[in-house]
Design a protein around this ligand. Structure first.
Ligand SMILES: [Fe+2]
Length: 230
């Protein structure tokens, strides 16, 4: 199983604040059957250049990897790239993709997106030849026209949800309906620590299995693995 969204790299952002904390998060994921975790530290183009971010990410990753044991999930480098007007022109945007793929995790504003913003997501796909993945889509859908989601899906944009969307009693039905309609492609814990935003993903996958069956769940999990070229 893959956790597609995590703040597991130490001292990169508001996620893990130490190597020790990262190791605890990795152990918790491992106990839940996670074999691969995509590390998606926040990237804000206003604050930092792509190259400075990549340098920081490398040293954080190197520090952590030297302490990781074989029973822990494999860490795949990525980023959670905050949307801004002009992102489709960002030099070296490709370097922020999930390693070994053309997938780029985008964090969108929590308001109604302008036509310009929607076009930019499409441009990341058509002009940059990347595959945009919208992070925790459940945070934005209520603000959008119903056509926006369909339009983006038709343009080849993929959607990620946080496990909490399924774990929440009131949002579960909506999450399951979206899964059934193939509108969700990846699931992540979006873990930041081991206290208030812990690595919790197994419960959500169990809900998918119970409600949508083994066949659906296995192909959902396989989909992510195929993208990351197992
Ligand atoms: Fe996140």
């Amino acid at each position: 199983m893959i956790d597609f969204h995590s703040h597991i790299l130490p001292k990169m952002d508001d996620g893990s604040q130490s190597t020790q904390e990262s190791l605890e998060m990795l152990k918790a994921l491992s106990k839940q059957g996670v074999t691969r975790v995509v590390a998606t530290p926040h990237f804000y183009a206003n604050d930092e250049s792509v190259s400075a971010f990549l340098e920081r990410r490398k040293s954080s990753y190197d520090r952590l990897i030297s302490c990781v044991t074989p029973d822990m999930p494999e860490i795949i480098n990525g980023a959670e790239v905050r949307y801004y007007g002009g992102i489709s022109h960002l030099e070296n945007l490709e370097a922020l993709c999930v390693k070994g793929s053309r997938l780029i995790l985008l964090e969108m504003p929590e308001n109604r997106w302008t036509e310009y913003a929607i076009r930019e997501i499409e441009d990341v796909s058509s002009e940059r030849n990347l595959i945009p993945v919208l992070a925790h889509i459940e945070r934005y859908i209520a603000y959008q026209n119903s056509e926006t989601l369909y339009r983006l899906l038709e343009s080849g944009v993929l959607m990620q949800i946080n496990a909490s969307f399924l774990n929440g009693f009131f949002s579960r039905r909506k999450a399951l309906n979206m899964l059934k309609r193939n509108q969700i492609h990846f699931i992540g814990s979006d873990c930041h620590n081991v206290s208030d935003r812990p690595p919790e993903i197994q419960k959500a996958v169990k809900i998918i299995r119970k409600k949508l069956g083994d066949g659906f769940t296995d192909s959902f999990v396989d989909f992510a693995n195929i993208f990351l070229k197992i």
